[in-house]
Design a protein around this ligand. Structure first.
Ligand code: MN
Length: 309
């Protein structure tokens, strides 16, 4: 892949950062969780981070007549933020701080785990019978990863028009979600027959996923359920669509810290993972979700492996 915007000067690039605009399809793995199809598009082989974004599950779209396609029992997190962004349907969030939110499309559900939090996520009674959305994680920088946990659930966020598109920035930029490193997360709706030039921070690296419809970036037709790494040094994103499209964009300044991710934990050293796992299994410093009476997910065995240099 050739550099589409060569710079006359050399530029310092962080480890793992592709220091030029590219359009690279990343591999994905899909799994069936009950009736729901889940695509794990980050982390994947060859790419662990895009800015501070370290996890991206894309699920649905699903139509269902009964039952709870989303039904995740109590489980812990440390060292990260979870971002829930729905395109269709509803999810109820409860956590160990006592927070409760019925999350719908257009609302940001942002949980900052910091030193530790426990939550549940489930399809509510009286739902629309549809489910489609993204579960994303953001790694917290060293300075704040042990912070007091918090939870934010916003009202429906307003989009802004750019050319033939409407951009809803759910995290970073104009979003009310409290961010701890430079980043962006946005939903882009491109009109039928539309062309949009979307300004980007050239210091960020970005990734984009086609959520619905058809779209092309730099002349590359995007495949469904696939995260494309866009590199950095990009002044704008030029998107075209024939029949209309929805896309999810993530990005941020190269994270610059090596993280250790295992199960629902983001840390730096194996000892921290082992301690968090022991605390969860031993009912030590992770509180239950109040009044939930829900079962707790059992942590898988933690096997320390040498980390490849
Ligand atoms: Mn979770």
């Amino acid at each position: 892949m050739s550099n589409l915007m060569p710079s006359p000067e050399t530029e310092a690039c962080a480890a793992g950062e592709q220091c030029a605009p590219i359009v690279e399809a990343l591999p994905e793995r899909s799994a069936q969780v009950g009736a729901l199809t889940v695509h794990r598009v980050l982390p994947v082989r060859g790419r662990r981070l895009i800015g501070p974004w370290c996890f991206f599950d894309w699920y649905g779209p699903l139509s269902f007549g009964s039952g709870k396609p989303m039904d995740v029992a109590q489980h812990p997190h440390i060292g990260l933020q979870t971002v829930t962004w729905l395109l269709e349907g509803e999810v109820v969030h409860h956590d160990s701080l006592g927070s409760e939110c019925l999350v719908r499309p257009g609302q940001l559900s942002l949980m900052t785990a910091g030193r530790g939090i426990v939550h549940t996520e489930e399809t509510p009674e009286g739902n629309s019978g549809r489910l489609n959305g993204a579960q994303l994680w953001v790694a917290l920088p060293e300075a704040v990863r042990g912070m007091t946990p918090e939870y934010q659930c916003t009202p429906r966020l307003e989009g802004a028009e750019f050319g033939d598109s409407v951009v809803t920035t759910f995290y970073g930029g104009s979003s009310p979600g409290r961010a701890h490193s430079p980043l962006v997360g946005a939903e882009i709706a491109v009109h039928k027959g539309g062309l949009a030039h979307l300004p980007l921070d050239p210091g960020f690296e970005h990734g984009v996923l086609l959520a619905a419809g058809d779209a092309a970036i730099d002349g590359v037709e995007l495949a469904a359920d696939t995260l494309y790494y866009l590199g950095s040094r990009r002044q704008e994103l030029v998107v075209r669509s024939r029949e209309g499209a929805k896309l999810l964009l993530i990005g941020g300044a190269p994270f610059g810290e090596s993280i250790l991710m295992w199960w629902n934990f983001v840390a730096r050293r194996p000892e921290e993972i082992a301690e968090a796992r022991k605390s969860w299994e031993g009912h030590e410093w992770f509180a239950d979700v109040p009044g939930s009476g829900e079962p707790r997910l059992v942590a898988p065995p933690y096997v320390r492996r040498p980390v490849a240099g």
